[in-house]
Design a protein around this ligand. Structure first.
Ligand code: 5GP
Ligand code: ZN
Length: 112
């Protein structure tokens, strides 16, 4: 997808602040962090929303990447929040599937 922001991160057309990468996944820091640590994990393949995800293996890899990023960023002991916003009511702004890993402060519940 040539006009997709996160595809441009994957291709290197835009250089993200990368924190983790493997064959199928890229993780980089959010430009507008909501906590001391805020990382976005994306599949390298363009998948618009969670609703479009049909690859269970990739879904598992995204979850394991979240765990790896949390460990790498020093969040594992105290805990952290993972979020996937889906479409309008979910508050999704960028339509390339991404998992937020947010931590470094106490989170509240429920979300607004
Ligand atoms: P969403 O609301 O779609 O779940 O989250 C989109 C996220 O992408 C937001 O947290 C926003 O700050 C982040 N974002 C938007 N534009 C950029 C950008 O150009 N670079 C980075 N690193 N993050 C971005
Ligand atoms: Zn994309």
């Amino acid at each position: 997808m040539s006009d997709c922001l996160f595809c441009k991160m994957v291709s290197g057309e835009i250089k993200p602040d990368k924190v983790y990468e493997n064959d199928r996944i890229l993780a980089f820091r959010d430009i507008n962090p909501q906590a001391p640590v805020h990382v976005l994990i994306v599949p390298k393949r363009h998948i618009p929303t969670l609703d479009d995800l049909d690859d269970g293996e990739l879904a598992g890899e995204l979850m394991l990447a979240a765990k790896a990023v949390a460990e790498q960023e020093g969040l594992a002991a105290d805990g952290y929040r993972t979020v996937i916003n889906c479409k309008g009511h979910g508050g999704q702004d960028v339509f390339h599937l991404h998992l937020h890993v947010i931590g470094g402060r106490q989170m509240s519940w429920p979300p607004g």
